[in-house]
Each structure stands twice: as structure tokens, then as C-alpha cells.
Design a protein around this ligand. Structure first.
Ligand code: BGP
Length: 475
């Protein structure tokens, strides 16, 4: 256990992200983001499901009702993110009074209902302008623009928000944007940009953490990583090689930089061996990284990575259409590793393995490699096609069954002495899924986009309320 207590009590809550929940994409003076661009470009070839997050689930107009409902569900905390272009419409410079007023009221409403706000400064949405002007996170200029934006967030909300995270899933963001290509900026198998953009985001995060500490903000600041333990299949020829390469790709680039303040020792070596341009790595950056070590680690836990020897060219697959496709979420990375199929795998409709033990293994793995950091499960969830009855009620027993196992593993991890201090279910209520819109749902509260975004608690909402009630934990 660490000496840090992020809260008085173990945090039970739900998570959402600005673009996926807020809607109100062009109200008041809100600026234009990369995801607004995704939704509003005519005939966007990348928007394969033809979905728009313009209204998302209208949190912008429903937040009071939502937060009240979460409090009724027994939640004592709430994770949400801030939209850069709502706070600084042009990305840099003038602040939006309306945007700031909105978030002030969200925060104050949380506090009124006894929910600790757990605020993510950046959850995938950047001003489109920076994507157009210089290619977003590819360019180190974004580090300073992001830093200026984060300072505004701390200045405006830091008197009441005590739990911050700098970035949501820098790795997965780069993976989808530059390797998979299903998210903006839609580059496919551009591994060079993958490494560079993860690196740049981690430098940006460290700048903010350093600033937070230097300015003695009250509270704690962390980062959110999409962790999955790397497991090497038994028939693998070169187990150590495969493990080290996969671990660098999936976990240690992010975690070493933010928790050890170090560039992973094998990063430059492995990249050079594979012919990458490593000039973006600057060991001088370690001075900043050391001063920008996080207070805690936010772990989004959905899966593990089961790997074996590389068998050939790089192949990336993803299932963006649900049960219409048999495609699995997978990558074969030339000369590094292949994701392979463990036996008896259960998968969700979008081809992702459902493996609840991953959350326990993840907590253990991170605690052992990065001792001394409290862990918060900042996301964990289960996507299904929900079928409401005529009143709009959803009996989501399938979701409950999976989440129960995940929660049991989190509680077991605590019993076994691992310092887990919170669990946030993805998602608090239905939100708009990045490329699947309203079809792929995770929420414990149904949002009916065809009926004025009406909120109707699902069976899982009551299940979670019960979990919270019977597991009140003092930290
Ligand atoms: C995480 C993201 C969330 C959320 C979740 C489910 O990676 O942090 O924003 O979207 O995954 O993703 P999806 O809706 O694409 O299934």
C-alpha cells in the first residue's frame, strides 16, 4: 500500500468523456474539434457507420439530472473529461465564458451531491485547427498548446477538483489514429507516428504534472492508461523477445515515462533494430519526466494481450460493425509479435476478448512493476446490444454477469494487498461510442436518443447500487 490516499473512501463511480456524452457541439462559442470534423465532414470515408456525435447523449443539457441519478445510485465519485474547444474555442487564447460556466456547474453539482469529481483534461478531442495546421500530436508544438490549455483548466477548476488526470489512454489514441486508422487522423499502419505521438503526449503530460506540483495544487494528478497484461502463449519460440517487444508496445512506453520518469531502456534499441527514425527521442526529456512523475495510475481495464512470435507482415484488424462481422480486434506486428488466440475465448460482438481475470492480473502487474502508486480503475465495462422493453427498461443480465466478475477481481486484488482505490464503470450512462454511435452500449442507465434523450436506469444500475452499498471501504 502507498501512503497516498486519493479519497477518504474507496471511489465507486461511473465514467464518461466529453465528446461521447456532451453533445452541444456548436452551442455558444464552442470551437471545432477533430471529432466534430469526423462527424461533420461530408461523405467522410472513415465514418463507416455514418454516425454523428453532434448530440452525443446530450449531457450538456442533462447533467443536473444525470449527476443526481448517479448519486441516487450510491456513487461517491464521477469521472468526466473536459472539452478543449469548449473551454478555449480557438485552441489557444481567449477562454469561453459559457464553456467555463458549464464545467463550473458540473463540478458544483457533483459536490452538491457528494460526488468527488475525477477530471480528465484530455480525452481524445483536440482542436481540428491543430490537426490541419501541423498534424496534431505528431508535432511537438501541440505539447505547449496542450500545456497552456491544461493550465487554464487547473486555474479555473483547481480550487474544487482534487483528482485530475492529464490524458486518457495516450497509447490507444495513437493506436486508433495512426495504426488502426479508424479514428482521426485516420493513418493506417503508420507505426513511426504511433511511437512519436505517444511520446509527445507523455512529455505533455509530464509538463502538466510538474506544473501542478510546483504550484502546490491541492489534490492528486495522474494519467489514464489502457492497460492489458501481456501473456506469451506457451508454444512461442522466443518468449523473452516477444514479451519485451509486446510489453514496450502495449505498456511500458507509457508507464515508464509517467511513473519512473524514464524513457524505456529498450525503446531506442528496438526501434533502431526495426529501422525507425529515433530522432524524436531526446534523453534530455528525462529531466522533465522525473519532475513530472504522476501521483497515481489510472488503469482502463478491458482486456489482456495474448502474444506469440511474429509470423510475417504487419496486419491490423478491428471490428467496427459488431455482429455483422467476424473480425477480431488484433494486430500482427512485423518482427515484434503476433496477437494470437488463446483457447476457449469468449468475445463480445465487436471481437474483443471478454476476460475478467485481466483486471486482477493488470493490477498485480502494474503494482509489481511500479510499486508505490495507488491504482484507480478509471474504466471497465462491457459492450452489448441493449434491448429495452416497451417502457424503456433494459434487463442487462449479460452485462451484470461480466461486470460482477470484474468487480470481484478488483475486490480480491484489494484483499490481496494491492492498493486499488477506486473503480469507475464505463459508462455511467449510455454514451456515444466512437465509431459505433448508439449501437454499442456500455451504460448502466439507458439514454433514449429517439425520445429526447430520456434517462432510464437499467437493471445493472440497481445491481451496481447494491455492490456499492455492500462494499463501503474506508481508505
Ligand atoms: C476506452 C475509451 C472510452 C470508451 C471505451 C469503449 O478506450 O477511453 O472513451 O470509448 O474505450 O470504447 P468503444 O466505445 O470504442 O467500444
Amino acid at each position: 500500500m502507498s501512503n497516498v490516499k486519493l479519497n477518504d473512501k474507496f471511489m465507486w463511480g461511473g465514467a464518461i468523456a466529453a465528446y461521447q456524452a456532451e453533445g452541444g457541439w456548436n452551442v455558444d462559442d464552442k470551437g471545432y474539434s477533430n471529432w466534430d470534423h469526423f462527424s461533420n465532414s461530408d461523405n467522410n470515408p472513415f465514418n463507416i457507420n455514418n454516425v454523428s456525435g453532434n448530440d452525443a447523449t446530450d449531457f450538456y443539457h442533462h447533467y443536473k439530472e444525470d449527476i443526481k441519478l448517479l448519486a441516487e445510485g450510491g456513487h461517491n465519485s464521477f469521472r468526466f473529461s473536459l472539452s478543449w474547444t469548449r473551454i478555449i474555442p480557438e485552441g489557444v487564447g481567449k477562454r469561453s465564458a459559457a464553456g467555463i460556466a458549464f464545467y463550473n456547474d458540473v463540478i458544483n453539482t457533483c459536490l452538491k451531491y457528494g460526488l468527488e469529481p475525477n477530471v480528465t483534461i484530455h480525452h481524445y478531442d483536440i482542436p481540428q485547427k491543430f490537426e490541419d495546421e501541423f498534424g496534431g500530436w505528431k508535432d511537438k508544438r501541440l505539447i505547449d498548446y496542450y500545456f497552456d490549455y491544461a493550465k487554464v483548466c487547473l486555474e479555473e477548476f483547481g480550487d474544487r477538483v482534487k483528482l485530475w488526470t492529464t490524458l486518457n489512454e495516450p497509447r490507444f489514441y495513437s493506436y486508433c489514429g495512426y495504426v488502426m486508422g479508424n479514428w482521426p487522423p485516420h493513418k493506417h499502419k503508420d507505426l513511426q507516428s504511433y511511437w512519436e505521438t505517444v511520446y509527445n503526449q507523455l512529455i505533455a503530460s509530464a509538463k502538466v504534472v510538474k506544473y501542478f506540483k510546483e504550484n502546490n495544487y491541492e489534490g492528486y494528478i495522474g494519467i489514464v492508461h489502457d492497460h492489458g497484461t501481456v501473456e506469451v502463449s506457451p508454444e512461442t519460440r522466443d518468449k523473452e523477445y516477444v514479451y519485451n517487444h509486446a510489453e514496450l508496445f502495449f505498456n511500458s512506453l507509457v508507464l515508464d515515462m509517467c511513473a519512473k520518469g524514464k524513457i524505456p531502456t529498450n525503446l531506442e534499441k528496438f526501434l533502431k533494430e526495426s529501422g525507425y527514425d529515433t530522432s524524436f527521442i531526446n534523453y534530455q526529456d528525462e529531466n522533465l519526466l522525473k519532475e513530472g512523475i504522476v501521483d497515481f495510475l489510472g488503469i482502463n481495464s478491458y482486456q489482456r494481450f495474448y502474444v506469440t512470435d511474429s509470423t510475417g507482415e504487419t496486419i491490423v484488424t478491428h471490428n467496427n460493425t459488431g455482429k455483422k462481422s467476424n473480425e477480431k480486434e488484433s494486430i500482427k506486428l512485423k518482427d515484434w509479435f503476433d496477437i494470437t488466440e488463446p483457447e476457449h475465448v469468449s468475445r463480445n460482438f465487436w471481437g474483443r476478448e471478454v476476460y475478467p481475470e485481466a483486471i486482477y492480473k493488470g493490477i498485480k502487474d502494474v503494482s509489481e512493476k511500479y510499486p508505490g502508486f495507488p491504482i484507480v480503475i478509471t474504466e471497465n465495462g462491457h459492450a452489448v446490444y441493449d434491448t429495452p422493453d416497451e417502457t424503456g427498461y433494459v434487463e442487462d443480465d449479460d452485462r451484470i454477469e461480466v461486470l460482477q466478475q470484474f468487480v470481484d477481481y478488483v475486490l480480491k486484488a484489494r484483499d490481496d494487498g494491492y492498493d486499488v482505490q477506486g473503480y469507475f464503470v464505463w459508462s455511467a450512462f449510455d454514451v456515444w461510442s466512437w465509431v459505433n454511435g448508439y449501437v454499442k452500449r456500455y451504460g448502466l442507465i439507458r439514454v433514449d436518443e429517439n425520445d429526447n434523450f430520456k434517462r432510464i436506469p437499467k437493471k445493472s444500475f440497481y445491481w451496481f447500487k447494491d455492490i456499492i452499498k455492500t462494499n463501503q471501504i474506508t481508505l
